[in-house]
Design a protein around this ligand. Structure first.
Ligand SMILES: N[C@@H](CCC(=O)N[C@@H](CS)C(=O)NCC(=O)O)C(=O)O
Length: 252
């Protein structure tokens, strides 16, 4: 993995080492993605939030990027900027494509696909227009709507206990589906880690926070553990200060 360097503003800079996998479809797509071809992107994140998914993907793709932390209570960034001026929706992640004043991309599924396309790495996302790409989007949408949105309710301490219990049950049903899906494959799309796995990994980190025992879903438990060992994932967890809290870290 490239070495990460932190500055005093809560930013991290990662040295570039780009994969060279390419295809004609990829090359065509990348012509439209020139905007951030070599520039350092900036990911606005909060530790352990869904922004961890694009953070992992940036590292898997060996992209050069800066990290800037956002305080989700005050909506201020580490450098003191009102985060609503960066993302009018006020939530992380937000990816600034090319330095101050450049376009901002939001929404996890859009950001992770953008990074994969820039990296020209067909391991992270199949080429646009292929059936496999729609299959990847099927997973991203499933994670966003069937897991992420439901977990969002559980993070809201104001919801009544009975509603929380109902939501936990609904999440459990989706985890059961994933448990079955992972019966015959290592990752959601098959034998290769994709951006959908980065997103699902983050959802699985939230299970123990809400009393959901991953041990009830052995395939998912193994999957989480396998992904956690990836160098890019370890680096992202470390950069967000999460390594010591990670559920699979065991003391000697
Ligand atoms: N639909 C958004 C959801 C993003 C989201 O829920 N972000 C949470 C953290 S996981 C957040 O920043 N919440 C704070 C807020 O909404 O003010 C996406 O896919 O990016």
């Amino acid at each position: 993995m490239p070495e990460a360097v932190s500055d005093n503003a809560g930013s991290t800079v990662v040295d570039p080492t780009r994969p060279q996998r390419s295809s004609p479809a990829r090359a065509a797509a990348c012509e439209m993605l020139e905007i951030a071809s070599e520039a350092a992107m900036r990911l606005y994140y909060a530790p352990g939030a869904c922004s961890l998914a694009p953070h992992i993907v940036l590292r898997e793709a060996d992209r050069r990027f800066d990290l800037e932390r956002v305080d989700l209570k005050t909506h201020r960034t580490a450098s003191g900027v009102d985060f609503f001026t960066i993302n009018r929706k006020g939530y992380v992640p937000a990816l600034q494509l090319d330095g101050p004043g450049s376009p901002i991309l939001t929404e996890v599924p859009a950001i992770v696909q953008y990074i994969a396309d820039l990296a020209q790495d067909e391991r992270l996302a199949p080429p646009s227009g292929t059936f496999a790409r729609y299959h990847l989007q099927e997973w991203l949408n499933f994670i966003a709507t069937e897991l992420h949105k439901k977990f969002g309710l559980l993070f809201d301490r104001a919801i009544p206990a009975a509603v929380a219990e109902h939501v936990r049950g609904a999440i459990g049903g989706r985890l059961l589906y994933l448990q079955d899906a992972l019966d015959d494959r290592a990752f959601l799309m098959g034998e290769t880690f994709t951006v959908a796995d980065a997103y699902l990994f983050v959802m699985l980190q939230w299970c123990p926070l809400h009393g959901i025992d991953l041990g009830l879903y052995p395939n998912l438990d193994d999957y989480e553990s396998r992904i956690a060992r990836r160098p890019a994932v370890q680096a992202a967890l470390a950069a967000e200060g999460l390594l010591e809290h990670h559920r699979y870290r065991r003391s000697a």
